[in-house]
Design a protein around this ligand. Structure first.
Ligand code: SF4
Length: 401
């Protein structure tokens, strides 16, 4: 990598998060966005409380918008495509974005509203084409503004993973269901924990690249991400024009023991896209010494049983909607579950399209339409995803029998 090509990552910490955004962006050489259609892409994938580490903090997005509109004469848009069964506009409103959505020069886009745009990915290892938002061809500058989160399916969710929200509606789910065991076994020789989902996300980097990323680490999520971990306040902003550099630095601060292999889609991108940094040594940070920003977080558990000793979750190729529903069910009903299940007699739950009969125990709740082909082998709960109250009712009904 030539010296002038070394990516720069700027960091700032301030309880006043608006100030943190300004000082962080002031240190970057931001590519000109004059005359462009600029999409602000926060992570607003769920209907969640503001500043809970689940969606991007609206204060951060507001600070970014104020900063760029003062400097560039462009058309500004904001949008995301949430997980299934979630209305995008409602998710934005309930996450604290009402004031921002009222800005006259910022147009809200429901990215799922228009018919999709099909994009080919000739260089994709697994994913050869994908349906993106119907607005894809209208956007020529992407600012990814993710919230920093641990993630049980992908290790962590950072600036590149946030762009999964540009995929059209249920096409996002299809990434969880791709299968190619030959390819995976081949990659496993050097990356033990890789899955088809990681390869598919990494393949997207051949066609989607944000122009600027601003990682919101004001309130982050540790542990059982993407939606059931603990919220941790860090008051930090990490920004770069190189998305992978920003993601590498975000991991160095929050998971200092990890290498990129712990977030396989990032490792795959570093290997397959030319000129990408491989490690922290390939990146220049401002300030140079980033020790003051270190804030190790609890990693995502490899199995839900580590956290809930009386729950056995069999999760094979589920998508985040079912995973989040199950996590919320466990979190919101811990007392009931502890009163009725033990490590010797656990609550057995199964989610995901990859579940086979041999994975199941005799008394398993099969959650979601993906498990319908096994409905004879347990208690099937239909829906995509079934709501928490329906699952709870089914568990209670079974206990009464
Ligand atoms: S049933 Fe669950 S895992 Fe399957 S597609 Fe629907 S939400 Fe995803």
């Amino acid at each position: 990598m030539l010296k002038e090509d070394i990516p720069v990552v700027s960091l700032a910490r301030n309880k006043n998060i608006h100030e943190a955004v300004i000082s962080c962006l002031d240190n970057l050489n931001i590519p000109d966005m004059t005359g462009k259609n600029v999409l602000l892409k926060p992570n607003v994938g769920r209907d969640a409380e503001p500043r809970s580490g689940i969606n991007t903090n609206p204060d951060v997005v507001s600070a970014v918008y104020t900063y760029i509109k003062e400097r560039y004469n462009a058309k500004f848009f904001i949008g995301d495509s949430p997980i299934i069964n979630t209305n995008s506009q409602t998710a934005f409103k309930n996450s604290g974005y009402s004031k921002l959505l009222g800005e006259r020069e910022l147009s809200f886009l429901d990215l799922d509203e228009r018919p999709p745009t099909l994009k080919k990915i000739p260089k994709g290892k697994l994913l050869k084409e994908i349906k993106l938002s119907g607005y894809w061809n209208d956007i020529d500058y992407i600012i990814s503004i993710p919230v920093l989160k641990m993630h049980m399916h992908t290790g962590a969710s950072l600036s590149f993973k946030n762009l999964k929200g540009l995929i059209y509606r249920r096409e996002k789910i299809s990434l969880h269901h791709l299968q190619n065991s030959d390819l995976i076994n081949q990659i496993k020789n050097t990356m033990e924990n890789v899955k088809e989902l990681d390869v598919a996300i990494a393949d997207l980097a051949h066609i989607i690249k944000p122009n600027l990323v601003i990682i919101d680490a004001s309130y982050v999520q540790e542990g059982m991400g993407p939606s059931s971990g603990n919220c941790v306040r860090m008051d930090t902003i990490i920004a770069s024009t190189n998305f992978l550099a920003a993601d590498i630095i975000a991991l160095a601060l929050t998971q200092p023991e990890w290498t990129l292999k712990e977030v396989p889609h990032l490792k795959l991108i570093s290997e397959s896209i030319q000129g990408m940094p491989k490690t922290q040594d390939d990146i220049k940070t401002i300030p140079q010494n980033i020790d003051q920003f270190l804030n190790p977080l609890e990693p995502p558990p490899t199995s839900i049983t580590i956290k809930y000793k009386n729950v056995n979750l069999i999760d094979i190729d589920s998508c985040s909607a079912c995973l989040s529903t199950v996590f919320n069910l466990l979190k919101n009903n811990k007392k009931f579950i502890d009163e009725n299940f033990t490590p010797e007699n656990p609550l057995n739950l199964a989610i995901g399209k990859g579940i086979k009969q041999s994975d199941l125990y005799s008394d398993t709740f099969l959650i979601g339409n993906c498990t319908s082909n096994l409905e004879e082998n347990g208690t099937f709960i239909k829906g995509c995803t079934p709501v928490e109250s329906t699952i709870l009712k089914s568990i209670k009904d079974n206990l009464k029998k």
